[in-house]
Design a protein around this ligand. Sequence first.
Ligand code: DGP
Length: 121
Amino acid sequence: MSYDENNIFAKILRGEIPCDKVYEDDYVLSFRDISPQAPVHILVIPKGAYVSIADFSAKGSEEEIAGFWRAVSKIASENDLVDAGFRTIANTGLNGGQEVPHFHIHLLGGRAIGPMVSKAA
Ligand code: DGP
C-alpha cells in the first residue's frame, strides 16, 4: 500500500489539524486519541511517511526506528503507565482494524485494559 499524504495523521503532522500534544521530538509526535478507549489513551506516530509497522520496520532508518521505540517507552514512563502496566497496540491493515494509514502505536492505561483480543467475529 502506498502512503496517502492526505491521511489524518499526515495532516496533524503538517499542523493542518490540531491535536492534544503529549510529546514531540525529532522522530515522533504523540497526542491523545480523539476517541479514548481508556483513561489514558495516547497515540505515538513516527514523523516519517510509513503506512504500517511492517512498512516502518522495512524502510525506516536505524535512527528512526531506535528513536521511535525509545520515545514510546519515554512517553509511557512520563505518563505514569509503567508501574501499574499498560497495553501497546499497533493495528495493521484490514484484519487488524487499522483506520488511519500512518503507522501508530496506541498506549492504553489508567485501568485494567481487559482481554487481549475481542472474541467477536
Ligand atoms: P487505528 O484503528 O489503529 O487506525 O486507530 C486510529 C485512531 O486514531 C482511533 O483510535 C481514533 C484516532 N483518531 C482518528 N482521527 C483522529 C484525529 O483527528 N485526532 C486524534 N487525536 N485521533 C484521531
